[in-house]
Design a protein around this ligand. Structure first.
Ligand code: C2E
Ligand code: CA
Ligand code: CA
Ligand code: CA
Length: 275
């Protein structure tokens, strides 16, 4: 009487089981996609808010599963972190980023500025991270790369973070603190991290035109960055009004749909890189 037993399982348990099965299945598919090099990097422009010139780009990982279609990084990155796949994925991202930078150079259309690469907490926990990055990206100069790490990942082990960030800066990589404003770092730690730029979190930019609290937070972040000789880069800029207000507030750079969406390498080059 298997049927009867099945109906005794609560809808909650069934939903749980379904979620767990999907996640297990997804973990296996993601693992295969990484090994078979079926992930892709997209590139989103970063621009100077005064001149509107390209100052760099951010590499963003994309996964198209033949059966499910596009899976959001908001779903597969945390899954990779949880299931021990993030180093494998992160290594591929570093290698692919360097390969693409070299290819643009060879084609006579180099990316100006730096390519931002996202690093997750588990990669950052490796004390030899700087050497590891150098080995995986040896075809390009460290001056072509910025490493992005979230403010909350920095704050997980601030003393370790200080050591690694100093090594990274000494090697010539730039360091951006991602999702800034959401991670409760203190001014004294910020000073010791010696980052090149604070990326103002999208949540403050989204509401800054209507919400004076968010506007004040953005202004405070810019003032903090100025005090510490760091640049500011606002993320999630979607309108001309947001861009104008940010420029007026003294924010240096911006990234967002208003300037350009993340694009595959060839379309990014056609739109943003020229001889
Ligand atoms: P993030 O590092 O904060 O990346 C910015 C996210 O904002 C990206 O989402 C980007 O597509 C999106 N975005 C850019 N402009 C706008 C805009 O104007 N409006 C809105 N609403 N969104 C905008 P995406 O590509 O879905 O990535 C989500 C997160 O996944 C990233 O957040 C990052 O934490 C993670 N991620 C993506 N690629 C990688 C990777 O290669 N390695 C690691 N460790 N994490 C990655
Ligand atoms: Ca980022
Ligand atoms: Ca961010
Ligand atoms: Ca984020």
């Amino acid at each position: 009487h298997a049927k009867k037993r099945e109906t005794n399982i609560s809808p909650y348990t069934q939903a749980m089981r379904h979620t767990l099965e999907r996640r297990q299945w997804m973990t296996e598919r993601l693992h295969m996609a990484i090994l078979e090099q079926r992930l892709e990097l997209y590139f989103q422009p970063q621009v100077d808010l005064d001149t509107k010139a390209l100052t760099g780009a951010e590499a963003l990982c994309r996964w198209h599963d033949p059966e499910w279609g596009w899976v959001s990084p908001g779903e597969f990155i945390p899954l990779a972190e949880e299931r021990g796949l993030i180093r494998l994925l992160g290594d591929w991202v570093l290698e692919e980023a360097a390969r693409q930078l070299s290819a643009w150079q060879a084609a006579g259309t180099p990316l100006p500025g730096r390519l931002s690469i996202n690093i997750s907490a588990q990669q950052f926990a490796d004390p030899r991270l700087t050497t590891h990055i150098a080995a995986l990206t040896s075809s390009v100069s460290p001056s072509a790369i910025a490493i992005e790490l979230t403010e909350s990942d920095f704050m997980r082990d601030p003393d370790q973070a200080v050591i690694i960030t100093q090594a990274m800066r000494q090697a010539g990589y730039a360091l951006f603190i991602d999702d800034f404003g959401t991670g409760y770092s203190s001014l004294s730690y910020l000073r010791r991290f010696a980052a090149d730029a604070l990326k103002i979190d999208i949540s403050f930019v989204r509401e800054m035109l209507d919400n004076h609290h968010d506007r004040a937070i953005v202004q405070t972040i810019i003032a903090m960055a100025n005090t510490l000789d760091m640049k500011t880069l606002a993320e999630g800029v979607e309108s001309a009004a947001q861009a104008a207000l940010l420029a007026e507030m003294g924010c240096n750079q911006a990234q967002g749909y208003f300037f350009g969406k993340p694009l595959p390498a060839d379309r990014f080059a056609q739109t943003w890189l020229s001889r």
